[in-house]
Design a protein around this ligand. Sequence first.
Ligand code: ADP
Ligand code: MG
Length: 706
Amino acid sequence: MSISHPGSQRLDTPIEWLKGVGPLRASLLQKELGIFRFADLLHHFPLRHIDKTQVHAIAQLKPDMDHVQVVGKLVDWELVGQKQGRRLVAHLKDETGTLELTWFQGVQWVQKTLVEGANYLAFGKLGFYNGRPQLVHPEWELFQPAKLASKTHLEPIYPSTEKLKSRQLNGRQIAALTKELFQQLQPHDLPENIPIAYRDALRLLPRFEAYAALHYPPSPAHYQKALERLKFEELFIAQMRLQLVKVQRNKTQRGVLFKTVGAFFNGFYQNHLPFALTGAQKRVVKEIRQDTGSGHQMNRLLQGDVGSGKTMVALLAMLLAADNGYQSCLMAPTEILCQQHFQSLSALLAPMGLQVGLLTGSVKAGARKKLLQDLASGELLFLVGTHAVIEDVVQFKSLGLVIVDEQHRFGVAQRAKLWAKAQVPPHVLVMTATPIPRTLAMTAYGDLDYSIMDELPPGRLPVTTVQRPEMARSQVMEFVREEIQKGRQIYFIYPLIEESEKLSYEDLMQGYDQVKSFFPEPQYAISMVHGKQKPDLKEANMQRFVKGETQIMVSTTVIEVGVNVPNASVMVIESAEKFGLSQLHQLRGRVGRGSEKSFCILLTGTKASGPARERISVLCQTNDGFLIAEKDLEMRGPGDIDGTRQSGAMDFQLANLAQDRALVEKARDAAAAILEQDENLVLAEHQSLAAFLRREKGREGWHKIS
Ligand code: ADP
Ligand code: MG
């Protein structure tokens, strides 16, 4: 804790010492709500507010209003109904109209206290009965103008728990505690952390005012201003941390210098490139050349939609490393994907007499030993592997480039381990086919530079996606049969959310039998791949499909990433309602990779929920991965988006990356401008921010990914 900021000390005070708390309540607050210190109570934000500062004119009451407050003269009351239906109905009249007040309980007592002709203040949840406005069991009291005038703030209602409610700490009672808290807090307890010039330019409330108005806003509009300021603060501080990591890294870490473009790169480019690069591929290769030639360490995120040709970009980058005497390593999350990268890279490089190594869990001891020797001696320039490559026994002579394909399957710690494999940290290219919405990318990967490949190789026909009910299975199978007759191959995908889930495993087996009954051997050959198989078997089954020996692949989502069989033109996804949007898009990316017209058929059960139907309809409408990612973010919220879950970057209390995109951009721009001007935060106007960053270390770890 920083001595220069006495304010932070008050916020560190144990909650027990707040007037009205004491040891018993303190332990309840700790257990039930995780409130240990003043700061925790400050961050226990209201769920909603009750506005008793306003009085509504009766004629103005509308069905979309929630709680309302009315002042009027009590004109009459009567008991109506019999037995259970018996109730007290009274009428309040103001200058504009009449409001009905109704009581079902305590009728006797209420009746006795009502004074005809007196003015009352009534507050409650507005309802309409036969088109007339009504308050049932309102709060009510004789109207006292002075008392109303003294209400200058909305009243907060806090989240609480059953247990707390039973101990006089319900959502409204907690307000007594925050009220006391604000009696004690002074502006210097919450020192400003947004440099004043930016705060003013963005018209944000000062920090203390914002916290006060979030709990006790003078009006709903003030609440919105407070919310905006504090959301911005969350995003801004996150951006500062991310961008500081980047600044520090560029300053302190030398990068491996790829000075020349030499014989490996040029030889391949001129003589062995199997197709013309797309504009997007060329642009990204250029960005990589610039980064790696700058003397800084490259940390680049490459987002390219499925099928955009990221592998070729990876290969060219690896050749560039080789030209400069460096080894490179391509990591992929699954054995299948590694095999495939290994084969395609080997085939591309064979004409140049270059070898690629493959290191996965299933490589036999003898081969592994030789491989490790060749890596250590520097004889082997290119390695493809699963997480096996980050084991300590794997030593490189001169590792200059690490490419991580489909990175979200790799943990931060695993990547960090790889970084440590060379004295000067290797360049890092992270490739992902999971398009990430801009705001999310900025937040989760804000310390990486990023490139986007938004262009598919020419000649690709968009995949036609349709939804069919399970009842239409036989027609679907007929369609599949015709496609097989044309020489195409087919995927059948089954939901297996957890590979260990027994039930879904049985579903898969039943599915397999069913497919087999439509397409019997020996006329048809079927491969099956799932997570429970031994790697060799999985691989053998996969290879038969890749080589065209089987026409049908029955699989779980293990083929989700990367698998490339251009001749496969139809994908049937079973129980499509059970998949997430991005996942469906990934799966669909396995077809439409060749020159044939391709189809994705989403089979759905009758019980698909509303959101599931919406996912499916989005997918039927578009092939644009970025659009789909935006939709996914909107529908699920950021916590669930693949690849960001572990990052911790999404843990905002107030900000919502799906809804607050404009704020994310403003926060990023402000952070960038500040660091541009003062990368060490030494200027006087940045001291308060610098102190805040030092003090509130916040989410440690994840932003230190390199
Ligand atoms: P992804 O970006 O999904 O990893 P891949 O690298 O697997 O995509 O490429 C998908 C397919 O497109 C492969 O068959 C690859 O050979 C082919 N491809 C890549 N780049 C081009 C290009 N510029 N022109 C034609 N085909 C290409
Ligand atoms: Mg790929």
